[in-house]
Design a binder for this molecule. Structure first.
Ligand code: GLN
Length: 320
């Protein structure tokens, strides 16, 4: 049993933040005009523990585009609505080893879209959200689920939604290719629009840390006390995050950090240590795979300082 104090956690977060703050490198996502114009110096680090205790350092109240981090809550939603086995059958849980928006991956694995945590599988996941055929009700279910996980509501960034809708040609191809392979379960245009809209939700790193902590706490939101999903989905969603959260860099990330984490091109990074804590970081400049440079460095430095990691074979107890 490893025992750590809240003070040690706070100190590790502060040290990680201070060390990473001056880090340069990477560039804002440039293929979505709105994201290219966000202040590159924004940087926040947030931690939430299973008792709701939270640490927020830096720009943790800044609302940025959730982007691909939204794939995690919607994967949970379809597992809640249809069951984990159905999601495995209809979408899958395999890493692609390829970029998030890969069309090649769909051609290679045209019997299923691989995983709900890449664009193809996420568009399929949006098609599976019930009630099928009702765009408004599906959207409400997506937003309500994110609200439950975060303990507070996300807000659509309209400018981002417009910016992304006007430029998402690759994703349009993905939606129709999925249709071609019978791997989309509602209207392709509507499913793509739901995906684009969920990516355009504004969220803060402090909200994402609560989401991560809800996952780490087996579905019970540590802030609101609400049981958002069944405990048996915690290992399912965490394994998906572990296998593909950073796309073609996932293996290197997991090897060097030890924490399953998911990125978004808005600059968000969300990490889950089951039973222990949720962590989130935000900084817009990205590496070539689309993962936040500072976000990765901060999360890695933080867990490394505490000696935490899913493969360490230790039970962790957090004391006052
Ligand atoms: N909305 C973005 C896209 O589909 C999300 C990508 C990401 O965050 N990796 O391209």
């Amino acid at each position: 049993m490893k025992t750590i104090t809240k003070q040690q956690i706070r100190q590790a977060a502060q040290e990680a933040y201070d060390e990473v703050k001056g880090l340069s490198g990477g560039a804002n996502a440039n293929y979505i005009p709105y994201l290219a114009n966000i202040d590159s110096n924004l940087f926040g680090l947030s931690v939430t523990l299973p008792d709701g205790y939270s640490i927020n350092i830096g720009d943790t109240d800044y609302r940025f585009g959730i982007e691909s981090v939204s794939k995690v809550p919607t994967a949970l939603l379809v597992m809640k609505q249809s069951g984990a086995q159905t999601v495995l059958n209809k979408i899958g849980a395999d890493a692609t080893g390829l970029p998030f928006n890969s069309i090649f991956a769909i051609l290679l694995e045209n019997d299923h879209p691989s995983t709900p945590l890449v664009n193809a599988g996420a568009i399929t996941a949006c098609s599976m959200v019930t009630p099928v055929g009702d765009s408004n009700a599906k959207w409400q279910a997506i937003v309500d689920n994110i609200t439950d996980l975060c303990g507070s509501a996300p807000q659509l960034i309209d400018e981002l939604y417009k910016s992304e809708s006007a430029t998402n040609f690759n994703n349009r191809s993905i939606a129709w290719l999925l249709k071609n392979y019978n791997r989309i379960y509602d209207d392709p245009t509507m499913s793509l629009d739901l995906y684009t809209r969920q990516c355009s939700l504004g969220i803060t790193s402090s909200q994402l840390a609560v989401m991560a902590a809800t996952i780490a706490n087996a579905g019970k939101n540590p802030v609101t006390g609400k049981q958002v999903f069944d405990a048996d989905l915690m290992p399912k969603i965490t394994s998906m995050i572990a296998t593909v959260g950073f796309y073609e860099h996932t293996g290197d990330w997991l090897f060097s950090s030890g924490i399953p984490a998911k990125s978004g091109v808005g600059g968000g990074v969300v990490g889950v240590l089951p039973g222990v804590m949720g962590v989130a970081a935000f900084a817009p400049p990205l590496d070539k795979a689309g993962n936040s440079v500072k976000g990765q460095a901060a999360v890695k430095a933080f867990v490394t300082k505490l000696g935490l990691g899913v493969f360490n074979g230790q039970n962790v107890e957090i004391v006052e």
